[in-house]
Design a protein around this ligand. Structure first.
Ligand SMILES: CC(C)(COP(=O)(O)OP(=O)(O)OC[C@H]1O[C@@H](n2cnc3c(N)ncnc32)[C@H](O)[C@@H]1OP(=O)(O)O)[C@@H](O)C(=O)NCCC(=O)NCCS
Length: 184
C-alpha cells in the first residue's frame, strides 16, 4: 500500500541522499544536485514556508520517495508539482501512480487548487507516461530550456485543472484500490 506522510525533521538526511542519487538527479529540473548546505537551506524552507509542502512517499511502510507542491500561497490557486520514487526497488510497480493520486487529491480537495503544473525533461518517459495517465496535459515545450550535466535539455510543461481531476479521480482511485496500492 502507498501512503503520503508530511516531511518531518527526521527526513533531512534521507531527502539529501535521495536527491543527490544520480538516478533521481538525472531527471530534476534544477541545474545540479545540491551540496549539503544548499540542501539544508532548501529543507528548512520546506518545513517553515507555508508556500511549499512536502510528503514522503511510503510503500509497504517503507519510505521510498518524495512529493511536493510549491506556490500554495499565491493568488492564483495553483501549485508546481515535484516528485520522485528514489528506491530502485519501488520503481515501475505503480508506486508513483498511486502517490500521484494521493498528491492530486491533496492539491485539489484539501487545498482547493485550480491547477497543478509540472516541468518534465522531454526524455523522461516514465514521468510523462505516469502524469499523462493522471490527466496532466502537455501545455508547452521549451527547447534547450535547461543546462544540466554539460548540455542543454528540452523541457515539457504539463498541467491538470480541477475539473479534469474531478472527471478522472474516481476511476484512478478505484483502479489503485483494486490492485492493492491504495486503501479507501
Ligand atoms: C517518474 C516516477 C516518479 C514514476 O514512478 P514509478 O513508481 O516508477 O512509476 P509507476 O510504476 O507508477 O509507473 C507509471 C508509468 O510510467 C511507466 N514507466 C515506469 N518506468 C518507466 C520507464 N523507465 N520508462 C518508461 N515508462 C516507465 C509505467 O509503465 C507506467 O505507465 P503505465 O501506467 O502506462 O503502465 C519514477 O520513475 C521516478 O522517480 N523517476 C526518477 C525521478 C523522476 O523522474 N521524477 C520526476 C521528475 S518530473
Amino acid at each position: 500500500m502507498v501512503e503520503l506522510k508530511p516531511v518531518t525533521l527526521s527526513d533531512r538526511q534521507r531527502l539529501y541522499d535521495w536527491r543527490i542519487d544520480p538516478s533521481v538527479d538525472r531527471w530534476m529540473s534544477d541545474a545540479a544536485a545540491p551540496d549539503w548546505d544548499l540542501h539544508n537551506y532548501w529543507f528548512d524552507n520546506l518545513l517553515s514556508d507555508p508556500d511549499v509542502q512536502g510528503w514522503v512517499i511510503y510503500f509497504a511502510h517503507e519510505p521510498v520517495g518524495f512529493l511536493s507542491l510549491r506556490g500554495l500561497q499565491g493568488p492564483n490557486q495553483r501549485a508546481e508539482w515535484g516528485w520522485y520514487v528514489a528506491s530502485a526497488v519501488a520503481r515501475g510497480r505503480g508506486v508513483g501512480r498511486a502517490a500521484q493520486v494521493l498528491g492530486l487529491e491533496i492539491a485539489f480537495v484539501d487545498y482547493g487548487l485550480e491547477r497543478v503544473w509540472a516541468q518534465v525533461l522531454a526524455d523522461n518517459d516514465a514521468a510523462l507516461r505516469a502524469q499523462g495517465a493522471a490527466g496532466f496535459r502537455r501545455e508547452g515545450y521549451l527547447r534547450n530550456h535547461l543546462f544540466k550535466a554539460g548540455s542543454f535539455h528540452d523541457v515539457v510543461i504539463l498541467g491538470v485543472l480541477a475539473n479534469e481531476w474531478n472527471e478522472n479521480r474516481e476511476r484512478l482511485i478505484s483502479n489503485l484500490v483494486r490492485t492493492g496500492l491504495l486503501e479507501r
